[in-house]
Design a protein around this ligand. Sequence first.
Ligand code: PMV
Length: 324
Amino acid sequence: MASATAIAHPNIALIKYWGVQDDALNLPASGSLSMTLDGLETRTMVTFDKALSEDTLELDGQTASHEATARASAHLDRIRHMARSVVPARVVSRNSFPTSAGIASSASGFAALTLAAATALGLDLPPKDLSILARKGSGSAARSIFGGFAEWHKGEDDQSSFAKQIWPPEHWKLVDWIAVVDRNPKSTGSHDGHRLASTSPFQEARVASAPQRLAECRSALMARDFQRLAAVVELDSHMMHAVMMTSFPPLLYWSAGSIQLMKKIAGWRADGLDVCYTLDAGPTVHCITTAEHSSQVEALLRSDTGVLELFRGIPGPPAHLVAS
Ligand code: PMV
């Protein structure tokens, strides 16, 4: 039996990945840039055991669905293939955050699974190779291999599409207050959503202008210029949601509570607070703020009756191994 345990953190994309240029390899239509979130984590133990007849997956104490197990198993096959192994695995994975939070666990989940499985099979892979592998499980997982701020260059083939750290966590102590405004499960997951992006007439324009937004985001982060960061982060979120809404069939991830909170946040910023928002494939609002303004933003969010639950993420570490 060979076993390893890894912890990985989710990330919030400041510049989003939406849409694929290659389905099989999971190559993104455009580059993306994110902040890895400490305060939230997935812990995954992988044990390769010849006594098993097939792969098993336990998620948060429950046997996972057939679909989730098949997706993890397909990912394990990629890693087994590299290690020339055929041994089945037992995967036990736990998120520190509830699924009701609407925080995508696929980024932290596939980053932790990749690192734990590769290590258990004796593959000593550099972060770049881990990122390439994690990408094939879930695109955003390519970024969760790294801590701090990470950029995923879209690349044009399997070996050129991976993320890199662009700044360590200490670079800028931003805070992501994750505001749950709706507990209804989303109807279309990101895996299927990516495949619809090209049906939107706006996707071409979004992809064509992504390099400019990436450059602006990098430059705002470099200068720690919150106003510039806010403008490009909100623009990029709106552009992704515009593509989602105009896909066929359309994807409308925002709920009434999301829109109400977005408007409030814009007002708080106009009143002088460093705060902006970004939304992934769901109604949850990520409120990005600075360490200086974090407690004021927290107080506003806690007193807002539309906010059902609140989680805090700060720039965090890369995926790493821990004792089982
Ligand atoms: O990695 P996936 O397939 O779960 O896609 C993530 C998509 C977004 O969260 C909406 C954007 C992003 O870049 O993280």
